[in-house]
Ligand binder design. Structure first.
Ligand code: SF4
Length: 249
């Protein structure tokens, strides 16, 4: 079991050391395109999946001498479901001066305690694949009790109070590609520090969009600070990613 991995090349952040506080497929969503497979434990209940001590041990092995730009908390599911996330962030801060990012599906943002924990980070990358309830249900297939309106409201509120960078990420597939304009409007309301537009380049039940389709989608986001997996040549070319080389996130 690897709780800390890398550094790996991330098309978002450069060289990233990954921290996985779950090490198992547990998530509040079961996205149709999920590249780690169908969610085995669909829940919004928090739990300690990996002890903070174990993560600290692994960080102490990987961090010294590692040439990296960022530490990214992510993994095989939704990292904010880790009950000890606040402790994990504190441990990372104590061991490195690198900025700390998290990739979240945004589902726990309506929880005040979670927003307080996320405020300790430098970068929060929040998932937003839909602009309305029905598309959210169709694509993200959330656990019962999650409401799209609440999540969207709290992404907006979090952005207005967060001192770090709030970035959005949208995975485009056949099901939402025709709603890029609507998604761009919602993104403009949020005014994120960056928008990542992505398509599932690794193995996914939904398949990926073509480069041409992604360029068309990108046009809708004009005026925002957009980074598309298609033009992230700084770290990897689209074709290299497509050829299956390992890329985090
Ligand atoms: S939020 Fe991420 S890990 Fe969870 S089902 Fe969706 S793609 Fe998979």
């Amino acid at each position: 079991m690897k709780t800390v991995f890398g550094p790996v090349s991330s098309w978002r952040f450069g060289r990233s050391i990954g921290v996985d506080p779950l090490c198992q497929n547990v998530c509040s969503f079961d996205c149709v395109y999920c590249q780690v497979g169908p969610t085995l434990n669909k829940t919004i209940q928090k739990e300690i999946f990996i002890s903070t001590d174990r993560i600290e041990e692994d960080l102490k092995r990987v961090l010294p001498g590692a040439s990296a730009d960022v530490v990214t908390i992510s993994g095989y599911g939704e990292p904010t479901l880790a009950k000890n996330l606040d402790e994990i962030i504190e441990v990372i801060r104590g061991l490195t001066d690198l900025p700390i990012a998290i990739l979240t599906n945004s589902s726990t943002l309506p929880l005040g305690k979670m927003r307080r924990t996320l405020r300790d980070l430098d970068i929060v990358v929040a998932k937003l694949d839909a602009y309305n309830y029905s598309l959210f249900e169709e694509i993200n297939r959330p656990v019962k009790g999650l409401h799209f309106g609440d999540i969207l409201k709290w992404i907006k509120k979090f952005k207005s109070s967060f001192e770090g960078r709030l970035e959005l990420q949208t995975m485009f597939i056949e099901k939402n590609k025709d709603y890029a304009g609507e998604l761009a409007k919602v993104a403009a309301e949020i005014q994120p520090d960056k928008v990542y537009i992505n398509t599932p380049l690794r193995h996914s039940p939904e398949g990926h969009l073509s480069e041409d389709q992604m360029y068309e989608i990108e046009k809708h986001f004009e005026g925002l600070n957009v980074s598309s997996v298609c033009n992230s040549k700084k770290y990897r070319s689209y074709k290299e990613v497509l050829n299956g080389r390992s890329v985090q996130g």
